[in-house]
Write a protein that binds this ligand. Structure first.
Ligand code: NAP
Length: 341
């Protein structure tokens, strides 16, 4: 199998390589791409691979069976079609194709059936939305969902390597070291702070992240009319997103039934007691649900839960590699077809 990663020097690209390795995916040849070539090659699986500039020609003519994009929306918009034209399936971590009609938004534990033969481009949904959906899909199946309200606590690595670097620089500066604080992707200091803005704010006051989480959650769950309200917050945590979730079910139920449904579902660990923090799940592929309880009052349809998942793993790289595995299982890799876009 010939596989390429566009964005191999970034945090998601690096994690994709780790996950391919951990899951023992057979890769005979790796195409390693970034925005520009590097003098130092990449070391992966005991071999060196040149890091090259991602171009239409290299992706179209590279003979790749699968190309993972973990770069930018522009790169995906400009290059994905060339990879498909060259015979590859594209698994794309950017937002470029997520909401396009006829393009499935696959979380294998939730909607693997949405894959069909004609699809060649597979976006990986927003990391916060994936963590949320893995946690609440079992509830949707067990008792239906009428509304979801969520406040997020998002790690700095969600903003890529620049996010990790900004937190590290601010930490060092706070302890008297001379650091460059100019290049932070955040609108305020993140060290010893929380920032209630992830992405640009629109004319209605919603951030880009809040809109993505709402729209992509509806698409992944197959519930186009689901009421979803989101407040997305950046916190000074390095890895893993946490979410305080408030749901209303379609029918009366109780925490016991919902807990059983979550415990029986794939990809998620249910903790009936105690709580789970981002530090507990760093580097893990599974989503964790704790603090499930009924809201106080007469309603038997209002519940709260705490959902945590490593967004570089299940929210990006692991989900991407799981899509690859699903396609391979169904014989859909290395089988050029006209794509759906
Ligand atoms: N971080 C997360 O938690 C997360 C979760 C889900 C989805 N995503 C998405 O995954 C993608 C990668 O995010 P990241 O966090 O890994 O970012 P990152 O750490 O900043 O890495 C970005 C990577 O993309 C490359 N790149 C940028 N522009 C490019 C271009 N025009 N052509 C080819 N390569 C280009 C960079 O190469 P250079 O080193 O040469 O600049 C680098 O390898 C983004 O679309 C992001 O929205 C991120």
């Amino acid at each position: 199998m010939k596989v390429a990663v566009v964005g191999v020097t970034g945090v998601v690209g690096e994690t994709i390589l780790n996950v391919l390795d951990e899951r023992d995916i057979a890769v005979d040849e790796l195409g390693a791409f970034a925005s520009r070539e590097r003098r130092e090659p990449l070391l992966w699986r005991g071999r060196t691979w040149p890091i090259r500039t991602a171009t239409a020609e290299a992706l179209r003519g590279g003979g790749f069976d699968a190309v993972f994009f973990a770069s930018s929306e522009d790169a995906s918009a400009q290059l994905a079609e060339h990879a498909v034209a060259g015979g590859a399936v594209v698994i794309d971590n950017s937002a470029t194709f997520r909401l396009a009609d006829g393009v499935p938004l696959i979380v294998p534990e939730v909607n693997a059936d949405a894959v069909s033969d004609e699809h060649r481009i597979f976006p990986v949904a927003n990391c916060t939305a994936i963590v949320l959906c893995v946690g609440i899909a079992p509830i949707a199946r067990a008792a239906g969902l009428r509304s979801v309200r969520v406040a997020t606590y998002q790690a700095v690595s969600g903003a890529g390597r620049a996010g990790l670097d900004a937190l590290a620089a601010e930490e060092k500066a706070a302890f008297g070291l001379d650091e460059n604080l100019e290049s932070s992707p955040f609108v305020r200091q993140i060290f010893r702070n929380v920032i209630p803005q992830v992405g640009a704010i629109d004319e209605f006051g919603d951030s880009g992240e809040e809109k993505k989480v709402a729209a992509e959650t509806r698409k992944m769950l197959g519930l186009p009319n689901l009421h979803v309200a989101v407040t997305a917050v950046r916190v000074p945590v390095r890895y893993a997103h946490s979410e305080a979730v408030f749901i209303e079910t379609e029918r009366d139920t109780d925490p016991l039934e919902l807990g059983d449904a979550i415990a029986a579902a794939p990809g998620v660990v249910f903790h009936p007691d105690g709580n789970v923090t981002p530090r507990d799940v760093e580097g893990q592929n599974l989503v964790h649900v704790s603090r499930l309880r009924a809201e106080q009052g007469p309603s038997k349809r209002h519940f709260q839960l705490w959902v945590v998942g490593d967004q570089l793993r299940k929210g990006a790289a692991t989900n991407a590699v799981q899509i690859f595995e699903l396609l391979a299982e169904r014989g859909l890799i290395g089988k050029p077809k006209l794509h759906a876009l």
